[in-house]
Structure formats: C-alpha cells, structure tokens
Design a protein around this ligand. Sequence first.
Ligand code: GDP
Ligand code: GDP
Length: 454
Amino acid sequence: DDEDLGLLAGEYDDLDRPALEALPVLAIIGRPNVGKSTLVNRIIGRREAVVEDKPGVTRDRVSYPAEWAGRRFTLVDTGGWEVDVAGMDAKVAEQAEVAIDQADAVIFVVDSSVGQTDTDEQVVRLLRRSGKPIILAANKVDGPGLEADAAALWGLGLGEPVGVSALHGRGIGDLLDAAMAVLPTKSAHAIARPDGPRRVALVGRPNVGKSSLLNKVAGENRVVVDETAGTTRDPVDEIIELRGEPWLFVDTAGIRRRVHQTRGADFYASLRTQTAIERAEVAVVLVDASVPMTEQDIRVVQQVIDAGRALVIAYNKWDLMDEDRRPYLEREIDKDLVQVRWARRVNLSAKTGWHADKLVPALETALESWQRRIPTGRLNSFLGELVAAHPHPVRGGKQPRILFATQASACPPRFVIFASGFLDPQYRRFIERRLRETFGFEGTPIEISVRVRE
Ligand code: GDP
Ligand code: GDP
C-alpha cells in the first residue's frame, strides 16, 4: 500500500553509488567450423543457442551469462557471425580483433583434425599483441587416440594445447579450470564507483531511432562540455542536462556512427551494446512501435537484465500510430512484455519530440528501484506473513521452510533466502511477485537465490 512505500522512501535516500559490476568477459574465438558454437553450448549448458540454427542465419546474440566453479562470467561467442565466404580470412581476423579487444581472457579454438592454418597464425599474432591471457583449445579430440593431434598445436607457440571434444563433452572441465585460472576476477569494463551524473545507455537494434532520439534530446537541451564536470568518462560519452540535472549518455559516438550497412555490422553493434549496458546504470531499450516486436528486441532487453541494470523500454515512432490503433497496440505490447511487466515503459516519438519529457521520470523511478534496500527486519516480517498465508507445497512428504532472508546487495537488489529445502521455481516466482507488489521494484531486475540449510 502507498502509505507503506512512502514510509520506506526515507530509508533509501542517501545510498552510496556502488561499483558498477561487470562480469569478466571470456571470448571464444577461432576460424569457422572449428566448433566454437558447439563449445559455447557445452559451457552454457544449453542446446538452444547456436548449432540448431539454420546455416547462414546470422545470429545476433554475442554474449551469455555463464558460471564455472562458483565464478560467474560473460561468455562471448563469435561463432556464426561469418556472413560470406569471400574475404573470409580477413573477416575472421577483423572480428577476432574486436572480440579480443572487449575480452578479459580468450579461449582460442583450433580444429585439431585440421591442424594449424595460416588464418590461425594470423589470429595468434593478434592475440600476442593484445597481451590478454589466452587458453588454446584443441577441439575435436574425440578420443584418446587423437591426443597427438592436439599436441601438434604446441607449434602455435601459445603454450600447452588443452585437448577437448566440444561435441562429446570431453575435457571441458579442464579447459574451464585453465580459463578460470587466467581470467581476472574483475572486468576491465567495471567502473569502480560512478561519480558525477547518472549513466544511461541508449540501446536497441538498428533503425529503431537511437541516434534520432539522442539528437533530439541533445538538440533541445544543454550539452555539458565542461571537462571539470568530474566523472569517469570516455570521449565517446556525452553529458546532457535534462530537467536541470546532468545525465551521462554512454557511447554516443557509437550511436551516431552509421555502421549499419557494413558487413559484420550486427556483430560489432551487439558487442558494443553489451559494453554500453555494462558501463551504464540504467539502459533505455528503444523499440520501433510501428513494426511488430522481434526476437532481437527481446534479446537486447535480456542483455540488460543479465547485466543487472535498471531498465526503461521506450516505444519509439509513436507518431506513426493511428489514434484508433493505439489501444490495440498497447494490448499487443502488454503481451510481448509479460516477462518484464516490471519494466518502466514510455511511448514517444524521437522525430517530433512527443513525450520525450517522459523519459527522465522513467529513468529516475527505475534508478530509485535499482538501488533500493529493504531492511532485514522488514523483509523478514513480510516473508513471515507471506509464508504463513501461503506455505510452500509439501514435496515428497517434506515441506521446505523459509528460515531467514536478507538483501545481500542493491544495484540491482539481490536477495538471499535461507530455507530448509529446495524451493519450487513457481514458489520463487510467487515470492518475487509479492516482493515487487509490496516494495515496488518498478524498473529493476531483482535476483533471488536460495541457500539450503539442513
Ligand atoms: P563454429 O563455426 O566454430 O561455431 O563451429 P560449430 O560449432 O558450428 O561446429 C562446426 C562443425 O564441427 C559441426 O558440424 C559440429 O558438429 C562439429 N564439431 C564441433 N565440435 C566437435 C568435436 O569436438 N568433435 C567433432 N568430431 N566434431 C565437432
Ligand atoms: P538507429 O539506427 O537506432 O540510430 O535509428 P535512427 O535514429 O537512424 O532512425 C532510423 C530511421 O527511423 C530514420 O529514418 C529516422 O528518421 C526514423 N525515425 C527515428 N525516430 C522516428 C520517429 O519517432 N518517428 C518516425 N516516423 N521516424 C523515426
């Protein structure tokens, strides 16, 4: 209820801005067909991603959240991005260079049944120059008889090849152990403690209107050029004053540069999106309201959630919508976004500037939710009442009891629940829904993890 929330508001007032977490990035690179996609699927433990895709279909997701031996990291997959065969070697090197640049460590995959090629050697030179930690994976070592093929790759001069079979799951644990040993615990993208203005990323697939919105906003508001504004800031960022407050828009150079028509543009755009999201506290995902929502739109939303950033979804090009079609469209949007009902949403037009002023209030709400902290006492009395009214169903003659909960961190809010047994996924979702209803985390992803105590 409203009164409750009003009372709480005072408690989050002067919260410090914590470090912007960016998980360390592990990139998988190598020539086409060496088995990168198969390896990525192995590591993220999903079959859905890549290999089932039709050949020649360009995927647009480049990164996945992954975990090994209790460490979380971002896995960057460069497989499936090669669009045509002409000039392919140059292309491989070019994309490898971008991926290496964004990575904190690299797994370089070579097909041991083929042995080293000129392209491999070219990539090795790039890798050496980068100074990044490298693990050499000799793939397609499907059985012990093929270990000699792996050993032949010592010749690349990258140290001991780790023989694996991505297809059969052989040697994957050793490979990841080796990767974890060299992967830094902190990503180069992490920002120690954001100072100065709040940081915003404008993201979305090509042609949704990012540069139009940026130009509109920058054109109608003061752009701060004063270098003494005192902030962690790249030359590609821009500070724009909105409603009297400065806001830092990350990677505006990337938004304004028109790269759409060049080959491999999707690959670069996706990697760039990932980095922009991680450098920001809140992301505005722009969606073109004049066309049906696409998988690619959803994936960008997912990237924001995976990165744990506050989220605003802006439906652009609203000027193209007939008055009488709007209610219908609203219903469609509700359906598209059932999974992220909590996101802040604005309908606007970058072209006419209509509703552009709704952006700041949405950003503010999302950020406020993102950094909200619920005191432990309140959290436990809330859970106590909830569990008393709706106990966890009995499973196999036992009923898991919730013992205690605490909010481990903010930005985004992360909760840890201690329970006497595993909680059903449905029950976890139920708790999340009630948490949101009670404490109003509008505009932020929240995470709930359960620790089982015997
Ligand atoms: P990418 O282009 O580097 O992403 O390669 P893919 O993952 O698409 O794999 C290319 C082909 O190699 C596919 O037919 C895979 O099934 C096959 N492959 C991948 N890993 C292995 C492996 O460990 N052993 C064998 N025998 N084949 C593999
Ligand atoms: P970006 O690739 O996301 O940066 O998209 P752009 O800003 O380049 O916009 C792509 C196209 O959509 C351009 O032709 C824009 O003029 C057009 N566009 C952008 N915003 C709007 C809008 O609000 N209404 C209409 N009608 N067109 C828009």
